[in-house]
Design a protein around this ligand. Structure first.
Ligand SMILES: C[S@@+](CC[C@H](N)C(=O)[O-])C[C@H]1O[C@@H](n2cnc3c(N)ncnc32)[C@H](O)[C@@H]1O
Length: 389
């Protein structure tokens, strides 16, 4: 039985835990910033291929207590690295510290790298090259106040890089955050989904791939192929054939708008690339669109000043957005991701939920608004009962 630790965007740990339980993980446990689970080595093939929420899957290869850099050197040199990967692989060591007493993280990282190279020299008289930009094998070391855990990264480039993005706008949402938000919204493929400011189309594509049951990692490679224990046959048995057409499903009810022609053309080429060319994204100003159905789920991340949009303009725009929701979207449930915490006040609606999430390094909130007919007094009462301010 092996132990794996998956990192994910903060705030999505519980959703990732559910996903790992569905994917066959055992002893699944959520911790801040990730989820630990156990299973046979081949479990990491499935987690890399199928997880929509994880950022990377790490395989735990060593752990212990430590006080100084030299304890890290000792622990790392005891591990049989040459049994796990070839000396021809280029390596990178990354150290992540939380409340660690180590004085220099850079020096500690070097000591772990030295220990790995020295272990190779001792066992096979050759040492691997370091490549910080494009390593074949990444060794991740987590240190807290007194404990260290060493991992081999089974993923490579992070899992939100699905391999379908032909084009990205100014502030595209990470794919795993979009997938996590769809899970938090409870959207199911029989429901209408609308992103009225769809940019490059991330929510719509993640929703389409979920509805069609397409593995998010089907189009990319993973670092585990460099491991000595890589089981080509087992992998080829679970890896889907991306050349095949997507499975037929009842017509998807996915709708997107954006007022920017360039964003729409990016969304279209991304949708086309993944085989979701039938999904309509149309030009439109969010303040003027007509809802595509009487009820449904809206998910969106409007411009919020930090990365795009001009602050005074946004202050005028938000109340108009709130008025538009009240006038046209009764019957809908609306989810807005924003890093601007004045958002609910500015749109003058009471959120029924406020979920803290990190968008890259940016602290954000996912606001849920139940758009009930006659304003959202009911939602306001509900939020008061749930202690949402
Ligand atoms: C933060 S980006 C959304 C990114 C998108 N979720 C993605 O993953 O690419 C905000 C988007 O809102 C669009 N937008 C801004 N104001 C708009 C408006 N009034 N009507 C329609 N779209 C608007 C912008 O063109 C931009 O594409």
């Amino acid at each position: 039985m092996e132990t794996f630790f998956a990192t994910c965007p903060r705030g999505l740990e519980d959703e990732l835990k559910k996903e790992f339980m569905d994917l066959g993980g055992q002893a699944v446990r959520a911790t801040p910033g990730g989820v630990e689970c156990q299973g046979p080595f081949s479990l990491c093939y499935r987690l890399n291929l199928e997880s929509r929420i994880a950022s990377r899957i790490l395989w735990r290869v060593g752990e212990g207590s430590y006080r100084h850099e030299e304890d890290l050197y000792r622990l790392a040199s005891q591990l049989p690295w040459p049994q796990w990967f070839s000396v021809n692989c280029r390596i990178k060591v990354r150290l992540v510290a939380q409340q660690s007493p180590l004085t220099s993280l850079e020096f500690s990282t070097l000591r772990v790298k030295d220990a790995i190279c020295d272990r190779f020299l001792r066992d096979i008289k050759k040492r691997p090259e370091v490549d910080k930009r494009n390593p074949d094998i990444q060794i991740v070391v987590f240190v807290d106040e007194s404990q260290v855990a060493m991992y081999l990264d089974t993923t490579g480039s992070p899992l939100f890089k699905r391999g379908w993005r032909q084009a990205a706008g100014e502030a595209p949402l990470r794919e795993n955050l979009a997938a996590g938000i769809l899970r938090l919204s409870g959207w199911t493929s029989d429901q209408v989904l609308l992103d009225p400011m769809c940019g490059s189309g991330t929510f719509l594509i993640e929703a389409g791939l979920m509805a069609k049951g397409v593995a998010p990692g089907a189009r990319r490679e993973f670092s585990f192929r460099h491991f000595r224990n890589f089981d080509r046959v087992a992998w080829s048995e679970i890896r889907p054939d991306v050349q095949q057409a997507l499975p037929k499903t009842p017509q998807l009810k996915l709708f997107g708008f954006d007022h920017d022609a360039e964003a729409l053309s990016m969304a279209r080429s991304n949708l086309q690339f993944v085989g979701l060319g039938g999904v309509q994204v149309n030009p439109g100003d969010v303040l003027e669109i007509t809802p595509p159905a009487d009820k449904g789920i809206m998910v969106t991340n409007p411009p919020y000043g930090v990365r795009m949009g001009n602050q005074p303009d946004l202050e005028e725009w938000y109340p108009k957005f709130g008025d538009m929701l009240k006038q046209r979207f009764s019957g809908w449930t609306v989810y807005v991701l924003s890093a601007d915490f004045r958002f609910p006040k500015l749109i003058r609606l009471a959120p029924s939920k406020k979920i803290p999430l990190f968008n890259g390094g940016l602290e954000s909130r996912l606001y849920e608004f139940q758009m009930v007919a006659g304003g959202n007094r009911k939602a306001a009462r509900l939020s008061k009962r749930q202690g949402v301010d």
